[in-house]
Design a protein around this ligand. Sequence first.
Ligand SMILES: NC(=O)c1ccc[n+]([C@@H]2O[C@H](COP(=O)([O-])OP(=O)(O)OC[C@H]3O[C@@H](n4cnc5c(N)ncnc54)[C@H](OP(=O)(O)O)[C@@H]3O)[C@@H](O)[C@H]2O)c1
Length: 287
Amino acid sequence: MIQRSLGPRSVSAVGLGGMPMSIEGRPDAERSIATIHAALDAGVTLIDTADAYHLLPGEVGHNEELIARALKTYAGDTANVLVATKGGHLRPGDGTWTRDGRPEYLKEAAKASARRLGVEAIGLYQFHRPDPHVPYADSIGAIRDLLDEGVIQLAGISNASVEQIDLANRILGGRLVSVQNQFSPAHRSSLAELEHCTELGIAFLPWSPLGGIRNAAELGSRHAVFAQVAADHGVSPQQVTLAWELALAPVVIPIPGASRPASIQDSAKSAELELTTAEIAALTAAV
Ligand SMILES: NC(=O)c1ccc[n+]([C@@H]2O[C@H](COP(=O)([O-])OP(=O)(O)OC[C@H]3O[C@@H](n4cnc5c(N)ncnc54)[C@H](OP(=O)(O)O)[C@@H]3O)[C@@H](O)[C@H]2O)c1
């Protein structure tokens, strides 16, 4: 698969999002492992997860453990796979997502993630979401300490504004390598952050790049231009969507979620799908 830069690392242009394998509607572990193996077979070398991708209170890190298991049982070489996890979000078990951006919490959470992933140092650790009760600089200060202490190899942030990107990069001494924000045909409010990352050469990872777990299947019926371009190429509207996101800037690395091998197999092909300048313009202009 075509590669893109994520800090000093080179990863597949399309990654895999692990969330659908661990939250509401998740499949059994066997299908999840098959899905992760299918991603690896397709050349995916970036897997996104979070300690909060679980359902019940007692199973924090459900998705991290799945990924660790899938990597361990994979027959091929996994040395170049970058697992990107996150901390700062929690799921108390009632379906809600809460936040904890306290430095002492983040430091413990990162160490617990490393243990679950079975690594000495986490490949990429992302601060999941700003906590309104904790100064952003304090949370990012914890991420900087984790970098300096070698608990994590690379640092990223998620759900961040342009101002927070600049603040985080300053606190990290220019070592911010990625920003993960929501971006899809239906959700384009992070275009300013995407453009800012492009200027700074920081990887931009669109989350819910197909519109989210509940909406991904309807992408073609909700976005006629995407469906039309897909029909012209004889591919799925989901593939066109990911190819369009990739075409927006060289720093973009979408992380489509999947809970079935066929989904990530199809999504991975988007890295090779070439859209014309006119198609990209039409997709960008489409609402
Ligand atoms: N940082 C954050 O705050 C945040 C928030 C949300 C998500 N994320 C990350 O972003 C990742 C992606 O977002 P998401 O999973 O919420 O939504 P998404 O990627 O927009 O949609 C995921 C769904 O799309 C379906 N799908 C994937 N590829 C497909 C294809 N080629 N054709 C048809 N259907 C396809 C999958 O169906 P099947 O399940 O049937 O395979 C999956 O359930 C997450 O997994 C997670 O890692 C981060």
